[in-house]
Design a protein around this ligand. Sequence first.
Ligand code: ADP
Length: 347
Amino acid sequence: MASPMVGLPVGTPVSPVGSPHNSSIMVIGSLNADLVTYTPRIPAAGETMAANGFRTGMGGKGANQAVACAKMGRRRDALARGTQEKDAVPVYMVGAVGDDVYGQSLTAALTAAGVDVSGVAVRTGQSTGVAVIIVDEAAGGENRIMLSAEANGSLAPDAYTASLPTTLAGHLPRLLLLQLEIPLATVLQILDTAHRQGVDVLLNAAPAQTLPDSYYKCITHLVVNETEASLLSGTALDLAVVDAAQRDKQLSRVAGHFLALGVQHVVITLGAAGVYHATASASGHVAAIKTKVVDTTAAGDTFIGAYALALVQGQTVADAVQWANRAAAVAVGRRGAQESIPWLDEL
Ligand code: ADP
């Protein structure tokens, strides 16, 4: 059943102008400042303690994935010289930041990676979204994260259609990338609109939230990690203790749940165990590349950016999975989020 067109006046054409743009990627999602403290342990209630260190990073799944799409399609020195590469896939970010220093830093980081930020709104009087992160160094770098949506929460259901005139001059993107760090009502509206337009959508359903079954048919590529796959399908996954055949049987059952609801391609990332992908007619597992792991932050975002870029460049899904698996392995060998994502010439 089609959902009502929330946020659009009656009679508004769903596809305002023309045909799909031949190669662009549009990412609609979150932009967050990551405020990270490194501690020798987690403070007790009421306790103040000295941290080992602090850093501010540029993050948010939306921004990270936009940076990933842009960096892996461009050579580092080309942008530094101020020359846009003619054949690079155009990447557009649509989102919202506050009128504060974090918002400025986030848009500057996107621009430095080659992302068009004309679709990023600056909300007067609001704060930019933040992730307050405590890294417990004694516990092997285990994270505790508090996310406050702030300006990300202001992204209205018409964010996609309203952005098209300024970003793509009314044309449609070749591929839309969405995650779940903006209001769910906005994501659902965009899924519905894109489906009616015939625009391919990659949904990274993270952080996991239950989606109404009727929206899965609007998803061309569903990319989730094993935790998200398990939560969304309501199926327990026990991948640590099983052999490869048993693992693939479990993953096939979970992927089958999404395929039956209308998803065309299911991709389940498995951390150090690689990635599993399935369509109605084929499935396969790709082992992770063996590498020295430094920091797995943004591994998933790097994978998604590389996968999206490869698809738009015309690669098959199987080849896109292989390439993304290699790109994500480069990112886990480096510290940080956006800065760990490789440029094209580093792949
Ligand atoms: P998320 O960060 O979203 O939970 P994963 O942890 O599943 O995502 O990682 C995404 C992808 O990154 C994996 O499918 C794999 O390609 C790559 N990756 C993650 N961890 C490792 C690792 N230890 N070694 C090599 N590649 C890795």
